[in-house]
Design a protein around this ligand. Structure first.
Ligand code: THU
Length: 147
């Protein structure tokens, strides 16, 4: 994992705010940016991308995650999320689940407009996350067994 010293965290926070500038949010007007740092130190960013078919809108966090995974990166240390609101933004339930697929203990930095941030652990945001292990167990127990 990369050393997440203060300078590296500051860099991640700045990149999340920069990514927010590219948010496409004409429907909610709620602009969000994110920056995800991989175990190898590379940083991937995302912004929310909305759609007139509102349910198709994508959160900044999953855009960053998709960018990283499609570049072949699957191991992550931390994500910074930048949005307005006095306490910044914590990831929605769907993004929490998507992120926990790759690191249940991911560090989550909720960045506030005043430049400060709060530090959380994804494990605290997603207690008892559903994981692929559950799917593996299910495969060993055919649904129709005993019928
Ligand atoms: N949104 C994010 O991008 N990340 C979050 O963590 C919360 C919500 C986006 C989705 C939608 O485009 C807008 O913010 C309002 O919900």
């Amino acid at each position: 994992m990369p050393r997440l010293d203060d300078a590296r965290i500051d860099e991640l926070v700045v990149k999340a705010w920069e990514a927010r500038l590219n948010a496409y949010a004409p429907y909610s007007q709620f602009h969000v940016g994110s920056a995800l740092i991989a175990a190898d130190g590379r940083i991937f960013t995302g912004a929310n991308v909305e759609n007139a078919s509102l349910g198709l809108s994508m959160c900044a966090e999953r855009v960053a995650l998709g960018s990283a995974v499609s570049a072949g990166v699957r191991s992550f240390a931390a994500i910074a999320i930048a949005g307005s609101g006095p306490d910044g933004v914590t990831p929605c339930g769907a993004c929490r689940q998507a992120l926990s697929e790759f690191n249940a203990d991911l560090i989550v930095l909720r960045c506030r407009p005043d430049g400060t941030y709060g530090r959380l652990s994804l494990a605290d945001l997603v207690p008892s996350a559903f994981t692929g292990r559950g799917i593996g167990d299910e495969r060993k127990t055919p649904v129709l067994s005993g019928v």
